[in-house]
Design a protein around this ligand. Structure first.
Ligand code: ADP
Length: 422
């Protein structure tokens, strides 16, 4: 299958968010963790490559993105999407602008758009000024971000120092008039030599004419929301063939496990709620892990009825996490738990578990790495932004869902498992 849209995301959770939104169309979406080492084969119409380059030095980020671009280009992609955070996380050096310019040069195009708006999540842009909820970006909590403190709210001013060519704006008044007007404005700006165009969007409905007007641009850049309408537009135009749809989900053995390393407020509620269902559960004690190793939990796991979807969790209250971190150090404690949950995933897989729910962003990274997963096919959404995925581990098809931090509602774990049965 030839790839139609090739997407490159600057971090893993951003990539899953984008992949999940694209998959709402029913088209097959493939998510790759890092640039695949093998040349493209059996690609999906919609490909997303997850990188980890949001805060890398500019040259490293550009090099990584170029490798991803080469792969997607070889897969046949004609349109490319550069995905970054909906709060435009970047510094004066980059990486949003320099990567976009490098992609433009490689693709051979002289104009692109920047649309980080995600109105459903409170990220909007008006007159080029970006908002997080009611606050301008530079007054939002993003002003104190440890790596990319956002001290300017006007996206045109944020982007200008990052790029060599001219920056311009398509205002909301134009967006509100529809896609033809946007196309005309882009052409006008193009004639004036404007290469980088910020586009206003204040409501979800604005994203449809923006996507329509820019669907054939060789490069689009933005948050995930502006990409969501693209698959339907490509389907309507016949660019995506009918057989590019997601195949029915494979039916897998019912043995399941839930591994939770997130300590967010929502994950704490999810763990507590799941325990009320009577499913078996095991709480990891980091201090005990440090002194006695992980044999205890692995022995417990191998004795469980895996049809009952046992839960293994390190999830704890902020006070208890703090106490552990004081004793062991933040990194040592984190790594100890991540490694333990990753080891549980391997043992579970080898015991025949084919349905794995993971809670925690870093924890997800550790589990996918341990299971040697490099590609995931996106399936049904369980909660906004959290889909089931199907992937291969040691030659076996495994259903995996990766839930970071505060996603999902209280009933998420049971909901996730039920969803695979419907
Ligand atoms: P989230 O998506 O909620 O941020 P992550 O998995 O990314 O979750 O991060 C949680 C981090 O906290 C992980 O490194 C995990 O190993 C660590 N952790 C989990 N439970 C505990 C605990 N009880 N004490 C100390 N650290 C913990």
């Amino acid at each position: 299958m030839r790839t139609v849209l090739g997407c490159i995301a600057d971090d893993f959770t951003g990539a899953t968010d984008l992949a999940g939104l694209l998959a709402r169309s029913g088209v097959r979406v493939s998510l790759r963790i890092g640039v695949p080492s093998a040349p493209p084969k059996d690609g999906a119409a919609l490909e997303v490559i997850a990188l980890k380059c949001r805060t890398s030095p500019v040259d490293d980020a550009v090099a990584e993105v170029m490798a991803a671009y080469e792969w997607l280009n070889a897969a046949g992609a004609q349109n490319f999407f550069w995905k970054y955070c909906s709060t435009f996380d970047s510094t004066d050096e980059g990486n949003i602008g320099p990567v976009a310019e490098a992609l433009m040069d490689a693709i051979g195009t002289d104009q692109t758009i920047y649309c980080p708006a995600f109105p459903e999540n409170g990220r909007t842009t008006y007159m080029g000024v970006h908002f997080v909820g009611r606050q301008p970006l530079a007054e939002s909590p993003m002003k104190d971000h440890p790596l990319t403190p956002m001290r300017e709210s006007d996206l045109t001013r944020l982007l200008a120092p990052q790029v060599k060519r001219t920056v311009g704006l398509v205002e909301h008044a134009c967006v509100a008039k529809g896609s033809e007007q946007i196309e005309r404005k882009l052409a006008q700006l193009h004639d004036q030599g404007v290469a980088h165009v910020i586009i206003d969007a204040i409501a979800g409905e604005d994203l449809i004419p923006i996507a329509k007007a820019t669907r054939n641009m060789p490069l689009i850049t933005g948050g995930s929301a502006v990409a969501a309408p693209l698959p339907d537009l490509y389907l309507k135009e016949g660019l995506i063939a009918a057989d590019a749809m997601r195949p029915p989900s494979p039916s897998l053995a019912r043995k399941s496990v839930i591994l939770s390393g997130s300590c967010s407020a929502m994950t704490n509620a999810q763990v507590a709620h799941y325990q009320t269902t009577g499913a078996p559960s095991y709480q990891l004690d980091p201090i005990e892990l440090m002194t006695s190793g992980r044999d205890g939990v692995l022995a417990w796991l191998s004795k469980q009825d895996l049809g009952k979807a046992p839960l293994i969790y390190a999830t704890a209250s902020p006070t208890s996490v703090h106490e552990v971190q004081e004793k062991l150090g933040v990194e040592v404690a984190g790594k100890l738990i991540e490694d333990t949950l990753a080891a549980c995933a391997i043992v579970a897989r080898d015991l025949g578990v084919r349905r794995i729910v993971v809670a925690g962003g870093e924890t997800s990274g550790a589990v996918t790495k341990a299971l040697e997963i490099s590609q995931l096919d996106i399936a049904e959404e369980i909660a906004p932004g959290v889909p089931w995925t199907f992937c291969q581990s040691k030659g076996e098809i495994v259903a995996l869902t990766l839930k970071s931090g505060n996603f999902g509602n209280e009933n998420f774990f049971a909901d996730a498992l039920n969803k695979l049965d419907t």
